[in-house]
Every structure is written in structure tokens, then in C-alpha cells.
Design a protein around this ligand. Structure first.
Ligand code: NAD
Length: 348
């Protein structure tokens, strides 16, 4: 465990199994320096337990950095449930997951991520108070995806301002990979401003729904890297900026909601070398956790959420400007800022 390549001084990594329901889950707590660790739960049909562990380690570190960059009083954690979200879900499984969270006594708060929806989280909440992203209850914040998408839309404009000299997106060609919850709402914002959308997804129904609302052009999932576009917006899964895909991109900006977009940190340097401005994923996609943080605080306020979103976009702008001024990759500047913020919160 301590030698795992994705291990980054995580405070705790917890493995849970419930034979009766079939639950196998990992909850990784990267840091609680700024407050309780918060981060969503992902349900994914990993090929091996090692892949599930790697995801939990990387994603929880990402949440620490994300929460720090969103200026939230939260640390970073993440849960992964190993299973098929289309066939393996049950009430018993999410109850067992809720009991697992409760054993951590508030060190970790969960919410939705890929494969998990608000009804699943509702079942989890029957067993633990350390849960957010609910659609009922006094402070319920519901699905975080619309706020995530709003932050990405505003972040794309911040990138465009620097890459093209104008944040205007009318007639800009934007390639969107993944039009699920986040990608779908994002397309609505972009289309409303008159952007020309090219979309790809493995889910035909999602594609058709977005095309009918926005007039987007559909391409095959494997072709999204090759399209002529100004901006590439990844909103599906991680590690999609890699040595195979990067040379194919013709865009000047990469800005999207997917977590852990860079397959390796070295890819951040390669992106810069190609003259592409990359919005660090955990900065630009912080809108969702801001929405969740409002719920964790005990009193949901839309005004507070929008205020934090404004600060987030300012922070993204600072990252981009510092990177451009210092000729550094943007991910490096963001990592440094995040680590500084976490270190500053540690008791001395
Ligand atoms: P989702 O499951 O609703 O959507 C993901 C979409 O990607 C689906 O439509 C899926 O069919 C598609 N997809 C999967 N593999 C693909 C492939 N190879 N090519 C093209 N499309 C593919 O998930 P979501 O909530 O929209 O999250 C999307 C990404 O954003 C994830 O990486 C997630 O971790 C991240 N994220 C989500 C939130 C949020 O608020 N939901 C917040 C921050 C980050």
C-alpha cells in the first residue's frame, strides 16, 4: 500500500466488503487538514481490485486539491464501489455502503459521482448522516451536475479569453466528449451562446437528446480527438489526455469536467509544448463540490454557491495567468497552489 505509485501520504484507506449485498468498496481519505474529507462515490466495473484502489487513491488526492482550490473548509476523500452500475445496484448494497461510511465517524462525506444518482444517495442517507447531494431534506442540494457544468462553461470562457483574446464563444467550434449529466448541461450553456458543438458518447440516447436540444453534430467516440475545433472539452472519464490522443488534437484549449484527465503528469508538459492551454481539471470542475459543500454546511444558499463559483473562476484565471507568465504547465501551477493551501491549514 505505502509503495503504491498513486499513494500520496493519504491519511487513511479503508476497504469494505459486505458479502450479503455484494458490496465491495474502497474509501480513501487523502487529507482532513482543511476539514472533513469530502468527495463523491463512483460505481465502476473495474477489471481488478488494483484498478479500483488506484482510482480511489488518485481521485481522493484530486478532491483534496479541488476542495482547497474551491476555497472550501473541506479535506479530500473519495469512495469507489466495485460493480456494474447498470446491473449490480440494490437497496441492500447502498445500505451497506451507508453503514461503512458511518463507521468513519464523519471523517468522510459522500455524494454522487459517475454511476451513482440521487436515489442511490437517498438510500445511503438512511444509514449515515455523512452524506450530501440529496434531493430531499432541509439543506438538500440535489444533483451537483448543473453547477459543475455552469463552472465549466465559465471556465471555458476564461480559457478562451486567454487563448483567443476574447471570451466570446459564438461560432467557436467545441468538441465535447461525454454528454452525460455534466456534458449535457454544459452543451446547453454553450449552445445558448451560439457555439458550434461536435459531440461524442457511447450512449446513443444521450447523444440524440443533446443533438435535438442543441443541433450538435455527432461523431464516433474514437473520432472526437481528430475533429477541427477550437476547444476540446472532456466530460467522460479520466486519462484521456495521453500520448495516443494528444498528437491528434487540433484545439488550442482543453477544458472539461472529467476528473484526472492527464494520463500522467508528464502529459501536462506535453500539452504546453503543443501550445494548448489546459484548464486543470480539479479547478475547473469544482462547481459540483461547491454545491455539495453548501449542503454539508447545513444550510443551502444559492447565493453562497454563486459567490464561491465567482471565486473559483478567479482562481482558475490566476492559475492560467501565472502559468502563461512563467511559461509553466498549468497543472504544475495549480498543484503548487493547492499544496500550499493544504499545508497552510495543517496544525503546526
Ligand atoms: P455521467 O455518467 O452522467 O456522464 C458520463 C458520460 O460519458 C456518459 O454519458 C457516458 O456514456 C459517457 N462516456 C463513457 N465512456 C465514454 C467514451 N469512451 N467516449 C465518450 N463518452 C463516454 O457522469 P457525469 O456526472 O456527467 O461526470 C462526467 C465526468 O465529470 C466524470 O469524470 C466525473 O468524475 C466528472 N465530474 C462530475 C461532477 C458532477 O457534478 N457530476 C463533478 C465533478 C467532476
Amino acid at each position: 500500500m505505502f509503495d503504491h505509485p498513486s499513494y500520496d501520504h493519504h491519511e487513511g484507506v479503508h476497504f469494505f466488503e459486505d458479502e450479503a449485498s455484494g458490496l465491495r468498496a474502497i474509501i480513501a481519505i487523502h487529507s482532513t487538514a482543511r476539514g472533513p474529507a469530502a468527495g463523491g462515490c463512483r460505481m465502476w466495473n473495474y477489471e481488478t481490485g488494483e484498478q479500483a484502489l488506484r482510482d480511489a487513491l488518485r481521485l481522493s488526492q484530486g478532491m483534496s486539491f479541488k476542495n482547497a482550490m474551491a476555497d472550501l473548509p473541506l479535506g479530500g476523500g473519495k469512495a469507489v464501489i466495485w460493480g456494474n452500475s447498470k446491473t449490480d445496484k440494490s437497496k441492500a448494497l447502498f445500505e451497506a455502503f451507508g453503514r461503512a461510511i458511518e463507521t468513519l465517524n464523519g471523517a468522510y462525506y459522500t455524494a454522487e459521482d459517475v454511476g451513482i444518482d440521487t436515489s442511490d444517495i437517498g438510500i445511503v442517507a438512511s444509514q449515515t448522516q455523512y452524506v450530501a447531494g440529496l434531493d430531499t431534506g432541509a439543506a438538500a442540494s440535489g444533483d451537483p451536475s448543473p453547477t459543475t457544468a455552469l463552472g465549466i462553461y465559465r471556465g471555458i470562457k476564461a480559457c478562451a479569453a486567454r487563448a483567443f483574446g476574447s471570451d466570446e464563444l459564438k461560432d467557436r467550434r467545441i468538441a465535447v466528449q461525454g454528454v452525460g449529466s455534466v456534458g449535457g448541461y454544459l452543451c446547453d450553456h454553450l449552445a445558448e451562446e451560439g457555439a458550434k458543438l461536435i459531440i461524442a458518447d457511447i450512449d446513443q440516447a444521450e447523444l440524440e437528446a443533446v443533438r435535438s436540444r442543441t443541433g450538435a453534430e455527432i461523431v464516433a467516440p474514437a473520432d472526437i480527438y481528430d475533429v477541427e475545433a477550437d476547444i476540446f472539452s472532456p466530460n467522460a472519464l479520466g486519462a484521456i489526455i495521453n500520448s495516443e490522443t494528444l498528437p491528434r488534437l487540433k484545439t488550442k484549449v482543453i477544458a472539461g469536467g472529467a476528473n484526472n484527465q492527464l494520463a500522467t503528469p508528464e502529459m501536462g508538459y506535453a500539452v504546453k509544448e503543443r501550445g494548448i492551454l489546459y484548464a486543470p481539471d480539479y479547478v475547473i470542475n469544482g462547481g459540483g463540490i461547491i454545491n455539495v459543500a453548501a449542503e454539508i454546511s447545513g444550510e443551502y444558499s444559492r447565493e453562497w454557491v454563486i459567490g464561491k463559483l465567482d471565486t473559483l473562476i478567479d482562481t482558475l484565471g490566476r492559475v492560467l495567468d501565472e502559468a502563461l507568465a512563467g511559461d509553466e504547465p498549468t497543472h504544475l501551477v495549480a498543484d503548487r497552489m493547492a499544496r500550499d493551501r493544504i499545508a497552510a491549514a495543517k496544525p503546526t
